[in-house]
Design a protein around this ligand. Structure first.
Ligand SMILES: [Zn+2]
Length: 361
């Protein structure tokens, strides 16, 4: 038993022995009842009794006179039961109990609450007149969530207990490793890496830098691009360092499009890190939806593969930017980070680590 327990109500109760509680003048529920008092504060301590049940203690300075109708019952003698702890509880009806926030053990379990305190009231089952106890919902304890797989242990990660999680992780890891180590038989000359820098993060933003490498690490294109309708891009300038002055004499995307198309046409796989943004901008070099879909079919996302890798191998790694992926594999930047050329080379190297048998040559 823990020394301090947090109840559902949020109250933190500390264990003391019954004698100590009485010396301090603390009151239990049956004392409050006898004195016609209501506790205004939550319980402040608890004692574990010989039979294992728990009695809660309330502070004497946090009480108020109980409403007479809660104790004045001239017409009926209320049936009582003495609990093993010595506490006396009264018979009540299910309706009254519910109004006070008292529920049966079965009901509380269905609310995912665990009993802590001894019963606070009872009723008799209509079937056989046997005792049915009520417990105060406020003084229950939240049950820990259990593993969805075995149901036996407390959850650790991904809704699984530690043992089930480890087993699941090992299985996923073996599957992922087999996938990444497969022989892909790709021709290095027909695999491209590319990266773009943009004036911003939205659809209307324009490309201001394009870098394309093949898998041999040969540069096929690395150029700044002059935007057509954007004049300044202060926010992204801080990231990639490309100023309006720098692109003033650069070719436009339209001028570059035939060359980019020619390079892309010679590739089976076109890989970028976080490719969806890049794809959503580069696709406009193609006029038809059919051509755009053909490009999309060739495009692969290195970031997505890295995310899968860390989920299987490095659950501790929670960020998956290109810089994170490079750091994870111990890859140094080749040039200035966040320029399209450095990002392209970084992506190429991360891909090499993820797929060691990707190329045939
Ligand atoms: Zn489990």
């Amino acid at each position: 038993m823990k020394d301090t327990v947090r109840l559902r109500s949020g109250a933190l109760v500390t264990q003391i022995n019954s004698r100590e509680a009485q010396t301090k003048g603390l009151l239990d529920r049956s004392m409050l009842k006898t004195l016609h008092l209501d506790a205004t504060g939550g319980p402040i301590a608890y004692s574990q009794l010989n039979d294992g049940s728990i009695k809660l203690w309330f502070a004497p300075e946090q009480v108020t006179g109980a409403e007479p109708d809660t104790w004045y019952q001239p017409d009926s003698r209320t049936e009582t039961v003495r609990l093993p702890s010595g506490s006396v509880i009264e018979k009540t009806t299910i309706r009254k109990a519910a109004a006070l926030g008292y529920y049966t053990e079965e009901r509380l379990k269905s609310m995912h609450l665990q009993l802590f305190e001894e019963p606070v009231a009872f009723t008799r089952r209509s079937s056989d007149k046997s005792l049915l106890y009520f417990y105060d919902r406020q003084t229950t304890v939240r049950m820990p969530l259990m593993c969805v797989q075995c149901g036996k242990d407390v959850r650790f990660r991904r809704k699984l207990c530690k043992a089930c999680y480890e087993k699941d992780l090992a299985a996923r890891r073996a599957e992922g490793d087999a996938y990444r180590n497969r022989e892909y038989g790709m021709d290095r000359a027909r695999v491209l890496f590319f990266d773009l820098e943009l004036t911003g993060f939205y659809d209307h933003d324009e490309i201001i830098s394009v870098s394309i490498y093949n898998a041999f690490g040969q540069k096929l294109m690395d150029t700044l691009v002059k935007p057509v309708h954007t004049r300044k891009w202060k926010r992204t300038e801080k990231i990639h360092g490309i100023t309006p002055d720098m692109v003033a004499d650069s070719p436009t995307l339209e001028q570059l499009a035939p060359e980019i198309k020619r390079i892309f046409a010679g590739a089976d796989n076109i890989i970028a890190y976080g490719v969806s943004t890049d794809y959503s901008h580069i696709r406009y070099i193609y006029a038809t939806e059919e051509e755009r879909q053909a490009l999309k079919a060739k495009v692969r996302d290195c970031a997505q593969e890295f995310v899968r890798y860390i989920q299987e191998h490095r659950p501790d790694v929670v960020h998956a930017s290109l810089a994170d992926a490079m750091a994870c594999f111990g890859i140094e930047w080749d040039g200035v980070a966040h320029t399209s050329i450095a990002d392209t080379i970084g992506c190429l190297k991360v891909w090499d680590k993820l797929f060691p048998n990707y190329y045939v040559n």
